[in-house]
Design a binder for this molecule. Sequence first.
Ligand SMILES: [Zn+2]
Length: 220
Amino acid sequence: MTGVAPTQLRIPYVIARAEEIAPQPLTFVRRPLGGLRLAYADERRGDRVNGVLRVRVLNNRRGAPQWRKLNTLRQWRCMVKLLCQVCGQAATDPAIGRTPWIMTDSAFRELPEDPTGGLTSAPPTCWACIPEALATCPQLRISSTVCTVARAEPAAVLADMFTPGPGHGALHTGEHNVEISLKDEVSIRRALATQLIVQVHDLQPAPLEFPLTDTDTVAS
Ligand SMILES: [Zn+2]
């Protein structure tokens, strides 16, 4: 990746920007029922969601795009409100009551207990933005399927992991992008969430067809 984007390329809604970095005054605090829990020294509303501490970022969309990084607030918002990760508008198609979603090999995992669902860390993409998303990301064209889902609910997070240090300090363990189930009450106490993972239900192939590659040939 050169870091230079084609001039025509829209910066997707979820992509982090250079001027959105915020201080992280992390500490460990003693819980009322015993044990330590990762916290902010000045914890405020919105820091803790679904019981997990969330990395602090600004939401101003200023500065150079950080193409490999997602803005945690906007990624989370897309997942909970089913907004398009490219344009930020509602992704659900009111005509069918379902949400279009590009499922990639790297961001989707099937669940043995849910044959028509699975887990994903990538937000949905609205119909209008799907052709652009597939055209501008070669990887998507190779290893993705355009689907629709009936509904989605928070299931897990990707997180950086911390351990108590001297005093009340919090030391990064060096673990990034660790998947922690929202039911894992023990690990969640040491996690700083960067992305929300949702469980999607009733996954179906999209009723539209998209070419996989420019060089596709039809077998005769
Ligand atoms: Zn869109």
